[in-house]
Design a protein around this ligand. Structure first.
Ligand code: GLY
Ligand code: MN
Ligand code: MN
Length: 431
């Protein structure tokens, strides 16, 4: 019941006279009576681990310091039960969450106005749920209107600040979920490489990924899979995935499974015919060496931005060595010449969201890595349609998921090969 510990941790940080409100996802209509598959909102899942739609979790610390936790869920609905299966209902939700009260959403307005009486500060995640935001304005207005001697809530605080800081540090339980996502993703990438051959369509490769994700209980991907052959390997968030991968092309796959709402995020690049050309290999090895050098820096005490700076330096030097850039490394870095080929950052936090919660700066200073954080390391070089030299059509990114540990780091996705000879012998081996 880790969600109960998390909620208490939040209450411990709240002053008397405040409330903390987070809402669940709402069903997203696709067309007519067909919805998108329901995926719980990460912040709500973090505090409840339940997959009810429209629910609300409310944590209150009253003026006298007393605390109360309330969950609002859909009441029992026979029609919904027939089409979507049974739901928890207010009593079920109260029991499963071990909170003080479980109430029907039908009572939301009335109950919340009573409970928020005397509350001065409300925390909710900004820019997350328009419905909740407009309700909060409505309730706050009602609580203030016509009162001569007291006001309703006077402050809105962004709940993402507290939630982001907590979500940045993964518990053992969370790491277990993340290792499951990582394993499914490692196996899926290995399968996709093994099944590839010149002439395969990008969507056939995607199918191999999704097969393995699903087979391992990952109903969702953490994000849309990127499968780009040839020049498509240079499109950073390519997702059409419907072109042929021709003999001589590299294929870039950026795909990660989601297990119990926790994501993995892996990229590998390989020659579809099983043999890198010299040009492909020189770019591949430069990116790989850069990735290994940056991973070496992942340990407690390293400033996050130092990882990006190290990648920029390593890649810029390599581009000069390959005569792709000309000039002094320092100057090429200062004027951002490298950005034509390495246009993104080195990575991001990873967890319930692929680009996970948690700020990269604290009080204006770059975040220092600490045990329990999970981040991606994903350098890349891309020679797409705006580049006209010899390397055109080569896009290489290599991405792994890294846990910061007491002594250094643990690569959650280490089982997936990335050395040149390992990749070459894996490609096409499963056919
Ligand atoms: N898959 C998106 C990313 O690597 O950030
Ligand atoms: Mn990533
Ligand atoms: Mn990725």
């Amino acid at each position: 019941m880790e969600h109960a510990i998390r909620r208490q941790k939040i209450l411990d940080q709240m002053p008397a006279g405040s409330a903390f409100i987070v809402s669940a996802s709402h069903a997203q209509n696709r067309n007519n009576d067909v919805n998108y598959r329901f995926r719980q909102r990460s912040n709500f899942f973090y505090l409840t681990e339940i997959k009810e739609e429209n629910a609300i979790i409310l944590l209150i610390k009253f003026l006298d310091g007393k605390e109360k936790q309330v969950v609002f869920v859909e009441p029992h609905d026979e029609f919904k039960a027939l089409w979507q299966g049974p739901q928890l209902g207010p009593d079920g939700a109260k029991k499963i969450l071990n909170v003080d009260e479980g109430l029907s959403l039908l009572e939301l307005d009335e109950s919340i106005l009573e409970m928020l009486h005397g509350i001065k500060r409300i925390y909710y995640p900004f820019a997350e749920d328009k419905k909740l935001e407009s309700k909060l304005r409505e309730w706050s207005g009602k609580l203030s209107k016509g009162k001569r001697t007291e006001s309703g809530p006077t402050e809105f605080f962004d709940a993402n600040i507290i939630l982001g800081e907590m979500r940045l540090f993964k518990s053992d339980y969370e790491l277990k979920q993340m290792r499951r996502a990582a394993k499914a993703s490692v196996d899926a990438h290995a399968r996709a490489m093994a099944m590839s051959y010149p002439g395969i369509n990008e969507y056939e490769i995607e199918a191999e990924l999704l097969y393995e994700f699903t087979r391992q209980g990952c109903i969702f991907s953490g994000y849309n899979s990127i499968v780009g052959g040839g020049i498509n390997s240079c499109v950073l968030h390519y997702e059409a995935n419907n072109q042929l991968c021709n003999d001589g092309d590299v294929v870039l796959i950026d795909a990660g499974a989601e297990y119990n709402c926790y994501a993995a995020d892996i990229t590998r690049t390989f020659p579809v015919n099983g043999k890198f050309t010299n040009k492909q290999k020189s770019i591949y090895e430069l990116v790989l060496d850069a990735q290994l050098a940056v991973i070496d820096l992942v340990k407690p005490g390293t400033e996050w931005i130092k990882l990006q700076e190290a990648a920029v330096k390593f890649l810029t030097k390599g581009l000069v060595r390959l005569n792709i850039l000309e000039g002094q490394t320092d100057k090429l870095i200062a004027d951002k010449s490298y950005a034509a080929f390495y246009p993104h950052l080195i990575g991001h936090w990873l967890g319930l969201d692929v680009h996970d919660a948690g700020s990269y700066k604290v009080n204006g200073q770059w975040r220092i890595l600490e045990p329990g954080m999970v981040l991606t390391i994903e350098p890349g070089l891309y020679f797409g349609s705006t580049y006209t030299g010899d390397y055109q059509g080569i896009g290489v990114r290599i991405e792994d998921d890294i846990l910061v540990t007491d002594k250094g780091c643990d690569i959650l996705t280490a089982q997936l090969p990335k050395k040149v000879d390992e990749i070459e012998s894996l490609v096409g081996s499963g056919r």
